[in-house]
Structure formats: structure tokens, C-alpha cells
Write a protein that binds this ligand. Structure first.
Ligand SMILES: Nc1ncnc2c1ncn2[C@@H]1O[C@H](COP(=O)(O)OP(=O)(O)OP(=O)(O)O)[C@@H](O)[C@H]1O
Ligand SMILES: [Mg+2]
Length: 519
């Protein structure tokens, strides 16, 4: 069987038809609402992208052509002012029209039912073959680079995530934040920047969102307008569409790094000093209970992953996450993930359910990706009753704020505990709060390592061991400052020594520490 034979629809004429001829045909059928038409196309394209494909609805694909053309001619696709190299691939209005024509003809040539059965890599190759053949048939003069660009972009419309593909392929991009069809930001090396990537319109963006979430068996529509999911490659994706998102659909993708940062990387980035890293290693190995506290995107999960890597290999670890991001290398790890309710509102499994279940799984350590609610109580109880050495993250801006948030979370568990009892629970469970922050220049720093030492009256008492002091900004906008050691010998040192770690008294001597280990 020839290369292009497998996925081509032999029932239809092979000669490339122009969008105009489609338009004439559409005129004869009753024209449904735009959303419906493009919805079908989105589904068909999602199928072309490797989903299970029912027989193609040829009427739907031909009906879509004028709609697509109409939207494209209203807003020349993928153009606009560029602040990012990614915009270079966006092409001109003429290219956009060409891509639309190609796209339309391609859909007609494909046998979507066959596409679903053929392996993804083969489909990709064959689709590119058909696009090249169509392009040759049009006889449009194109430079070699333009031809390649049109080919790549048309293929990614059908097979991938359209305008986002370029960003997804770019290994320097860590976050992709789509605020609206015309505003796409990326984060590179901790810095957010606006890109020139554009979607044709909101509908186009919804199609891509639909394709992304349907890959992981989730759905998004006005009756369930929010999805938080993990892609097959481990990236975390969150999508919100109207009516909840007021200014149009929005999408955020936190790229999964196949090679996650190690503690040495964080030291070399200047996120902590080598001494702080050594102290944290001793703390984790000595089974202290640690909370990593920080704001959104401050690097909590990254740090949690690094800390978890210190857990000895012979210990049984159970991880609980909303969207599994941790990449523990130990052999003895059981990974659990929460589940949202299904369409009928059933089947929800919360972090609290999982923490409770975990206690019956004989874990040596429990690692909870992030505590947000009532599970905090179960987690604290676990920490207090033999599952010490547990680690979690919590969204808070200071260590003190972190402890207050824990109190709020205990209340969310619906347990009526006197304040003092709550605080006692917290102070005896939590040994250390590691505060992480995203600085103004996009760098991440451990701004404080704070020990919880006990109670004085009704108040949980803490002491800072290490910290970071900002002194200013340099000419390039980089944060200047230094880490310091507060000169306090931690109370937990006895426990660390019991586990075989010894620290010279100078280790905790009050001093400024070098922020950049290489300087
Ligand atoms: N020390 C660091 N230096 C530079 N970049 C970092 C550092 N730690 C994390 N990052 C990057 O910052 C981004 C956010 O990291 P991470 O997911 O760990 O944050 P988070 O606080 O868990 O975010 P969220 O609040 O969304 O859960 C990632 O792209 C990650 O690669
Ligand atoms: Mg996180």
C-alpha cells in the first residue's frame, strides 16, 4: 500500500477544490450556528490528531469552509505586532488564506476513520505528504522557507495544538499562559513575556483547548467550564472558558520538564546556598516534617521534588497530588492522584480521602503535593503519629502566614477544635517551614528557613535559621542581596545528630552567605 493510500478518502474527488466551491455547496444545506459547525470541525481535527475517529461527516467538514473563511477574512489569522521570536512563524495574511485553503482541501482528502486507526507518527508523515502534494497542485509561488512554514503550520493545525505548537516545542519555555485569543504570554528563565502568537478568534482557541483536554479524556463546555488536567507528557494544564472566564477562554500550561531541577541546580541558580542545601538534606533524611511555603509559581513543587529526592531508597513513600507533577526516583513509591466528580457529580476523590487511605497503606513517608483544605488536619495527625518525615507544600507568603493558613485548613475539615489545641497540633507536627519566593527579576529564592520550636501560651513559636535579604536592584533589573545565617543553633540539631549528621558550631554562626556560589 502506497504511503498516501492509508489515510486518504477514496470516496471523494482527489482534485483539490477551492474554498469557493465549498461555499457553493454549503449554500444548499441549512446553515447551523457557527459554534456547532466549528465544534464539529474541532472534533474532526481532534480525531485527525490521533483520537478514536468515527466515520467522517463530510457535510460537516465541507460546511466548515466558508465559516472558517469568514472568520479568517474578518481577522487575518496569526498576525500582529511581535515581541517574541515565536512570532516569526506567524506568517502573512496571504499565507493565512493559503493555509485555510490547504486545511479545507486536506480535510476533504482525509479518510478520518482511517486516520484514527493508523499510528500517529505515520499519520503525521502522510498528512505532510498530502499537504505538500496539494501545495504543488496550487502552483502558488513560495520561497523555500515560506513553503516549509506553511506546511508546518497547516500540519500542526491538524495534528497538534495549532499556534501553540511552536511554543510547546520550544524547550526554553516553561509556562504558556493564554489570556485570550490575541494575548499569549510565555515564561522563559523565570521571565514573563508577551509573544506574537495569535489565535484566529475565541472559537479557534476553544477548539485547541477542546483538543488538548479531550486528549486526556476530559471535556470542557459552558456547563463545565473549568478543567485542570495533566497531559500525557506530564505537563499541567488548566483551562477556563466563558461564562466563568469573562474575557474569553483562557489556558495555562505548566511545561513538564523531563529533566527536573536537582538541588545542585537550585544552588547554582542562587536559589539557596550550598550550606542551606546540606542542612535541608540532613533535615529530610532525619525524618523532620517539612512544609514548603510560597506563592503561585514560586517553585514550591520543584523544591518539594528536590527534597523528596533525599528520602532514602528503602523507605516506602506515598505521594498525593491533584495533578501528578512529582518525579520521585526512589523504587518504593506509590503515586496517588485526586479525581474530580464526573458528570453526574459522583466519583470525586479528594486529597483528604487519599491521605486517610494512605494511612492504611503502611507508608514510611507521605508526600502531599499541596495542602489546600481539610486534608491538612489528616496530614498533621499523620505527622504526629508515626509518619514523620512527611513533606508538603502550602500557598502562603511567610512562614507565619503558613502556620495561620494551616489553622484555617483545620477548620475546613469541619472539626471543632479549640484554637490552642489546633496550634498544639501544628506546633508538634511541623518541624520546619521553608519559604520560597519568586523575586521581581523572575529568580526564585528560599527567603527563609524557619524552625517551629513549640508554644508560648497560645502562640506557636518559631525561629529563623537562614534567610535572604534584598538590598536592591542592579542596572539590569536583577535583584541584589545576600543570604544570611541568623546565628541560631536549631533545636532540631539533636535529631539530626541522632541520624548521624554533625554540624560544626560555625555552620550556624551568624553571617552573610554568598548568594552566588560561583562568586
Ligand atoms: N529555583 C528555581 N529557579 C528558577 N526557576 C525555578 C526554580 N524553581 C522552580 N522554577 C521554575 O518555576 C516554575 C514554577 O515552578 P513550580 O511548579 O515548582 O512552582 P509552584 O510554586 O509549585 O507553582 P504553583 O503555585 O503553580 O503550584 C517552573 O517553570 C519551574 O521550572
Ligand atoms: Mg506547585
Amino acid at each position: 500500500m502506497g504511503m498516501l493510500d492509508r489515510i486518504q478518502d477514496r470516496r471523494r474527488p482527489e482534485s483539490p477544490a477551492s474554498p469557493d466551491s465549498n461555499g457553493a455547496r454549503v449554500g444548499q444545506v441549512e446553515k447551523p450556528a457557527t459554534g456547532e459547525v466549528t465544534g464539529k470541525v474541532a472534533r474532526a481535527l481532534a480525531q485527525a490528531g490521533g483520537q478514536k475517529a468515527p466515520a467522517a461527516d463530510s457535510a460537516a467538514s465541507s460546511k466548515s469552509a466558508p465559516e472558517r473563511q469568514a472568520t479568517t477574512s474578518r481577522k487575518p489569522a496569526l498576525t500582529g505586532q511581535s515581541t517574541d521570536p515565536a512570532a516569526a512563524g506567524s506568517g502573512s495574511a496571504a499565507n493565512a488564506a493559503l493555509k485555510l485553503r490547504l486545511h479545507t482541501d486536506l480535510i476533504k482528502r482525509l479518510d478520518l476513520a482511517a486516520v484514527g486507526k493508523v499510528e500517529q507518527s505515520v499519520v503525521g508523515e502522510e498528512i505532510r505528504g498530502i499537504i505538500a502534494e496539494l501545495l504543488d497542485g496550487y502552483g502558488v509561488p513560495l520561497s523555500r522557507t515560506d513553503r516549509q512554514r506553511v506546511l508546518d503550520e497547516t500540519a500542526s493545525e491538524v495534528l497538534g495544538f495549532g499556534p501553540l505548537d511552536e511554543l510547546i516545542r520550544d524547550p526554553t519555555v516553561s509556562d504558556i499562559l493564554v489570556n485570550s485569543a490575541s494575548k499569549v504570554y510565555v515564561e522563559r528563565a523565570g521571565k514573563l513575556s508577551l509573544t506574537g502568537v495569535r489565535f484566529r478568534d475565541d472559537e479557534h482557541l476553544v477548539q485547541i483547548i477542546d483538543r488538548i483536554v479531550s486528549q486526556v479524556g476530559r471535556r470542557i463546555d459552558s456547563s463545565s467550564p473549568m478543567v485542570d488536567a495533566r497531559l500525557p507528557d506530564g505537563s499541567r494544564v488548566n483551562a477556563v472558558i466563558p461564562p466563568v472566564a469573562l474575557d474569553g477562554p483562557s489556558l495555562s500550561i505548566r511545561r513538564f520538564s523531563e529533566d527536573p531541577y536537582k538541588i545542585d541546580d537550585l544552588v547554582s541558580f542562587g536559589s539557596m546556598t550550598a550550606e542551606m542545601a546540606a542542612f535541608l538534606e540532613a533535615v529530610v533524611c532525619s525524618r523532620l516534617n517539612v512544609i514548603v511555603s510560597g506563592g503561585t509559581g514560586s517553585g514550591k513543587t520543584t523544591l518539594l521534588n528536590c527534597l523528596s529526592s533525599f528520602i532514602p531508597e528503602d523507605e516506602r513513600v506515598v505521594t498525593i497530588e491533584d495533578a501528578a507533577e512529582l518525579q520521585l526516583q526512589q523504587p518504593h513509591v506509590v503515586r496517588l492522584e485526586t479525581r474530580p466528580a464526573n458528570l453526574e457529580g459522583k466519583g470525586q476523590v479528594t486529597a483528604r480521602d487519599l491521605v486517610r487511605n494512605t494511612l492504611r497503606m503502611r507508608p514510611d513517608r507521605i508526600v502531599v503535593g499541596e495542602v489546600r483544605g481539610g486534608e491538612a488536619l489528616d496530614m498533621l495527625q499523620a505527622m504526629n503519629t508515626g509518619h514523620d518525615g512527611s513533606i508538603t507544600t502550602l500557598h502562603a507568603n511567610t512562614p507565619r502566614d503558613c502556620l495561620t493558613r494551616l489553622e484555617m485548613m483545620i477548620l475546613m475539615a469541619g472539626v471543632e477544635l479549640p484554637v490552642k489545641a489546633m496550634r498544639q497540633q501544628i506546633s508538634s507536627a511541623v518541624d520546619l517551614v521553608v519559604q520560597q519566593a519568586r523575586m521581581r527579576d523572575g529568580s526564585r529564592k528560599i527567603t527563609r528557613i524557619t524552625e517551629v520550636v513549640g508554644m508560648e501560651g497560645d502562640v506557636v513559636t518559631t525561629q529563623d535559621i537562614f534567610g535572604y535579604v534584598v538590598t536592591g536592584l542592579d542596572d539590569d533589573g536583577k535583584v541584589e542581596g545576600h543570604f544570611n545565617c541568623d546565628g541560631i543553633r536549631p533545636r532540631c540539631i539533636d535529631k539530626l545528630e541522632a541520624f548521624g549528621y554533625s554540624f560544626e558550631p560555625e555552620f550556624f554562626a551568624s553571617r552573610k552567605m554568598s548568594c552566588n556560589p560561583s562568586s
